[in-house]
Design a protein around this ligand. Structure first.
Ligand SMILES: [Zn+2]
Length: 320
């Protein structure tokens, strides 16, 4: 199998792969399989793990032309709601400030521009890439960001354009993350920094919840990184790691919900999937708040003992 051919043609279904898309290793093990629990669908997707570089990928992922039907307005709403708090974006700006405090930044998957807004306020020249026209226009209106609307594979910037490139929860959605990282490397100035986040498959969350772990997000997540497999892939395109850290984000509530939903379905009770969950009434909201204040903090200790953190916060640099 010609791995280069697969990496260059994003239209090739991942199921055809026998070689690891990152290291070309020929041995991959079955790790797990799970359906799209967010949408309550039943098609099962297989996770394969390379025995050489430890990369995990969704082996029988939908083809690119089929993928739109796996997103939809509920998913968009979930992403947009998650992006409403500016505090988390300010925190990300401060993290980046360890390495870069000013210059030009490109945010890949910039959504409606919350992060770029924080960066622009701090004096950065801001650009973005975003697939949704509505979100891109919101970002432009909000902070004057120059947003390319479309796929990263269609975007064109001169080599060495940016001081920093960011991609929060984007790389795992790409059909060819290697190709995306190559672009990042090319578009960064020498010494420029790439700051990204992605779920960690080598985490307590996946160890405890397995195929019910919320952050698997099948089939929208095509790749499932660990610090080791991510660093290997970044190094392979010439990016050097500055720091790769882990954060706690076990998604206990949603993962438990998936387990409960699956249990109920076995006895013939089918609840609305998470995507279509109704806004909870007052009694439910009070109960949920009580659980968040009491049980969830108690659960965080065993989660810490069960393994490493669930989200990867990684900084890479294009060498000088
Ligand atoms: Zn590999």
């Amino acid at each position: 199998m010609n791995v280069e051919l697969l990496e260059d043609s994003t239209g090739v279904a991942l199921e055809a792969r026998v070689a690891c898309p990152s290291c070309a290793g020929q041995d991959a093990q079955m790790l797990s399989s799970a359906p799209d629990r967010f949408n309550g669908r039943h098609v099962s997707y297989d996770l394969k793990k390379c025995t050489r570089c430890s990369l995990v990928w969704t082996a029988n992922a939908p083809r690119p032309e089929e993928m739109a039907q796996h997103y939809g307005s509920e998913y968009d709403r979930a992403v947009t709601t998650a992006g409403e708090s500016l505090a988390r974006f300010e925190w990300r700006r401060e993290q980046l400030a360890q390495y870069k405090t000013t210059g030009s930044v490109l945010d890949i998957g910039c959504s409606s521009g919350s992060f770029l807004y924080c960066m622009q306020r701090a004096g950065w020249d801001v650009s973005g890439i975003e697939m949704s026209r509505a979100a891109a226009e919101a970002a432009e209106a909000r902070c004057g960001a120059k947003v390319f609307i479309g796929y990263i594979s269609e975007a064109e910037y001169k080599p060495g354009t940016f001081d920093a490139i960011t991609a929060f929860h984007v790389l795992e959605h790409a059909y060819s993350p290697t190709d995306m990282l190559r672009r990042v490397h090319r578009w960064l100035k020498p010494g420029g920094v790439f700051y990204m986040m992605s779920p960690n498959i080598d985490s307590a969350g996946f160890r405890v919840f397995g195929s019910y772990w919320f952050a698997l997000e099948l089939p929208r997540h095509l790749f499932h990184f660990s610090p080791a497999s991510l660093t290997y892939m970044a190094n392979s395109v010439g990016l050097e790691a500055l720091s790769v850290k882990l954060g706690r984000e076990p998604f206990i509530e949603n993962s438990v919900r998936y387990i409960v939903d699956a249990g109920l379905e076995k006895v013939g009770i089918r609840r609305r999937p998470l995507a279509n969950a109704t806004h909870p009434g007052l009694a439910k909201r009070i109960l949920r708040k009580a659980v968040r204040k009491t049980i969830l903090p108690l659960a965080s200790l065993p989660m810490r003992l069960a393994g490493p953190g669930e989200s990867i916060h990684a900084f890479f640099q294009r060498p000088l």
